[in-house]
Design a binder for this molecule. Structure first.
Ligand code: F6P
Length: 320
């Protein structure tokens, strides 16, 4: 291997810059040329990339987002589009690629590997919904942001004695929501992995009021329901003023916390070491604080049926 490329794909996440930096600095120290590909698979398709040097990745470890840019590029599913991408990779003499992103990006990495372009995947998403790893790059920063927001919501909902419903990102994974509920001291949590009975929430609010509680915070993962309609319903059924807040993209941005910087750096370094050992079609994870790698196909399969962290949920419920 002489020349590699690195790209970030899908929703950006804090710590992606640290991962790119890890790839670049390790690649250079191994005598490789490292190209940064702009805007994910789209940039690869449009042949937009730049040769990176040591200083290209200076002053980025502390920055959120990804300095290479990211995108969603659904057309990448088309074989003809990928054929053009493979031609670009060959023209540029890229021997291997490091793909930083979520499970969608992994599918692309697997397909490119199958077409003769060795790829290695790094889990970069705030959602923590990738299998084969305990944590994804960006998860802990997003969690801090969410908890800060919940703390603020607590101030105002306690002052007004209201129920506050807070919608958290995570796509179809409740990890961020459950963790936020534990650390944010929420009274109720709703996640995509478990059936939501609105009556349970009504009962809980009424029960808490009877117990003397003056306000409540409810954490709910996105895509479950319209939280503004839910707030109206809860207010109607409990007589308690209720407001909803969608945290939205605020959760994706911001300075990465130390853990995400370290995780991104470790994974970035490891990815180049694995590529030099001939690894292709695999992805990196962290399990019990140790870096591991797995075959991407097995991970993609498991992402669809990713085991729900039941113990985590039980802890949250104990504290309600
Ligand atoms: O995958 C990360 C994520 O932020 C999800 O939590 C969210 O559902 C999605 O991306 C939003 O994607 P987009 O940026 O394409 O709107």
């Amino acid at each position: 291997i002489k020349r590699i490329g690195v790209l970030t794909s899908g929703g950006d996440s804090p710590g992606m810059n640290a991962a790119i930096r890890g790839v670049v600095r390790t690649g250079l120290s191994e005598g490789l040329e490292v190209y940064g590909i702009y805007d994910g698979y789209l940039g690869l398709f449009q042949n937009r990339m730049i040769l990176l040097n040591h200083c290209s990745v200076s002053d980025i470890i502390n920055r959120g987002g990804t300095f290479l840019g990211s995108s969603r590029f659904p057309d990448f599913r088309k074989y003809t589009i990928r054929e053009k991408v493979v031609r670009n990779i060959k023209k540029r003499n890229l021997d291997a690629l490091v793909i930083i992103g979520g499970d969608g990006s992994y599918i692309g990495a697997k397909k490119l590997s199958d077409m003769g372009c060795p790829c290695i995947g790094l889990p970069g998403t705030i959602d923590n919904d990738v299998s084969g790893t305990d944590y994804t790059i960006g998860y802990f920063t997003a969690l801090e942001t969410i908890i800060e927001a919940i703390d603020r919501l607590r101030d105002t909902s306690s002052s007004h004695q209201r129920v506050s419903i807070v919608e958290v990102m995570g796509r179809y994974c409740g990890d961020l929501t459950i963790a936020a509920a534990i650390a944010g001291g929420c009274e109720f949590v709703v996640v995509p992995e478990l059936k939501f009975e609105v009556q349970d929430l009504v009962n809980k609010v009424k029960f808490d009021i009877a117990k003397g509680k003056k306000h409540a915070i409810v954490a709910i993962t996105e895509h479950i329901c319209n939280v503004f309609d839910l707030a109206k319903y809860i207010e109607k059924k409990t007589g308690k003023e209720t407001r909803a807040t969608v945290l939205g993209y605020i959760q994706r941005g911001g300075k990465p916390v130390a853990y995400d910087r370290i995780l991104g750096s470790r994974m970035g370094v490891y990815s180049v070491e694995l590529l030099l050992q001939g690894c292709s079609g695999c992805c990196i994870g962290i399990q019990n604080e140790k870096l591991v790698y797995n075959d991407i196909s097995s991970i993609i399969q498991q992402c669809v049926h990713r085991p729900f962290r039941q113990d985590f949920f039980r802890t949250a419920k104990r504290l309600f």
